[in-house]
Design a protein around this ligand. Structure first.
Ligand code: FDA
Length: 324
């Protein structure tokens, strides 16, 4: 029988909606069990903790993508603070021996959210986010590090992809994320499967309306497989971001059919999820990249992880209920 998936959880939209309430946020952030669970998914609150975690993951033969947690920045100062932290992170990562000095796959990457860099600012948010991302890309280029722009809710997809396209004229290695649950994504894959194009394909983690997104897991999984086929038969660099055993298993036959080299695609998984499987794939000589989030703004990321897995939520609620 198929394991429960992100969209098999009927409570997921309700959890994501409740997560926006300030009283739920207060209750979750103050529950004693929360810290332990957050530690499962988040490397720590400080950059030092994140870099320590990076060293450990690199030592195991896996690559990394680091995310400084934050989203929906509402003022220019907040966006600038994000950029400042990313520049320090890039400098710290650039000092590691794994920073790339030539062409080829870079083992170090940072992931960023354009809403954290100011995309939602009134007036010229799009320009602010573009220039902020450009500054991070320029520093990353000098340090031998890749950058990938995360995908957020569907209202930002057009602007995010437009900004990635603009920045790719200076930084052709800039990665983008496509979400298989969106009905538009097959077309986006066809558009973005050109030479060298780094595309991370994931299922999608936000609560989206039926008008734009597939709502049941069989449709999302089928969309993922169609998108994967497009990317793997294309000329780009597919990044297969999924823990789903059926998707992981679909990759090797596609690699064989398309004679894709081992350094021309990669598997990606989140820190703290299916670690044994990550190590198994890496031990077979496959490229595996671990997405490592850090920072004090862990709440929305944490709630998305709880929402996509009923057993995480059950464990959390049981722990809260039994704490006395
Ligand atoms: P699925 O949800 O079907 O899970 C398959 C199996 O994986 C489960 O049965 C379980 O074993 C394990 N698993 C999955 N989630 C788990 C959890 N929370 N806790 C414990 N076990 C879990 N989304 C987005 O909208 N924008 C983005 O930019 C990104 N970026 C991104 C980067 C990377 C590297 C990954 C791996 C994922 C993302 N995502 C994302 C999240 C993605 O959209 C999706 O929500 C999760 O990866 C879960 O989907 P799966 O494909 O893993 O399948």
């Amino acid at each position: 029988m198929r394991a429960p998936t992100v969209l098999a959880n009927p409570l997921r939209p309700a959890i994501l909606a409740a997560a926006r309430s300030s009283s739920v946020k207060r209750a979750v952030t103050h529950a004693p069990i929360t810290r332990k669970l957050v530690d499962r998914f988040v490397a720590g609150e400080s950059r030092e903790a994140a870099v320590e975690c990076v060293r450990e993951v690199l030592a195991s033969g896996r690559s990394v993508s680091i995310d400084f947690l934050g989203e929906d920045t509402r003022d220019a100062a907040g966006a600038q603070a994000m950029v400042d932290e990313y520049l320090k992170l890039v400098a710290d990562l650039g000092a590691l021996p794994e920073a790339a000095s030539g062409p080829g796959v870079r083992r170090l990457e940072v992931s960023l959210k354009l809403s954290a860099l100011g995309l939602a600012l009134a007036g010229d948010g799009r320009r602010v986010a573009t220039e902020n991302a450009r500054a991070i890309c320029a520093a990353a280029e000098a340090a031998g590090i890749w950058v990938t722009v995360d995908a957020e809710d569907h209202t930002t997809t057009d602007s995010t992809l437009a900004i990635v396209r603009e920045l790719r004229s200076d930084f052709p290695w800039l990665g983008a994320v496509l979400q298989a649950y969106l009905r538009r994504t097959e077309d986006d894959c066809l558009d973005l499967a050109g030479p060298g194009s780094r595309i991370r394909l994931c299922k999608g983690a936000y609560s989206e309306p039926e008008s734009v997104a597939f709502k049941n897991h069989a449709e999302v999984d089928a969309s993922y497989q169609r998108c994967l086929e497009i990317l793997m038969t294309g000329a780009g660099y597919p990044m297969v971001a999924s823990h789903d055993p059926a998707i992981v298993a679909a990759v090797a036959p596609l690699v064989a059919r398309t004679s894709r080299a081992v350094d021309a695609y990669e598997h990606q998984m989140l820190f703290g999820i299916r670690d044994v499987e990550q190590r198994r794939l890496a031990s077979q000589g496959k490229q595996v990249r671990v997405y490592i989030p850090y920072g004090h703004q862990w709440y929305p990321y944490f709630m998305r992880r709880l929402a996509e897995r009923p057993s995480n939520l059950r464990f959390f609620l049981r722990s809260v209920a039994s704490r006395d």
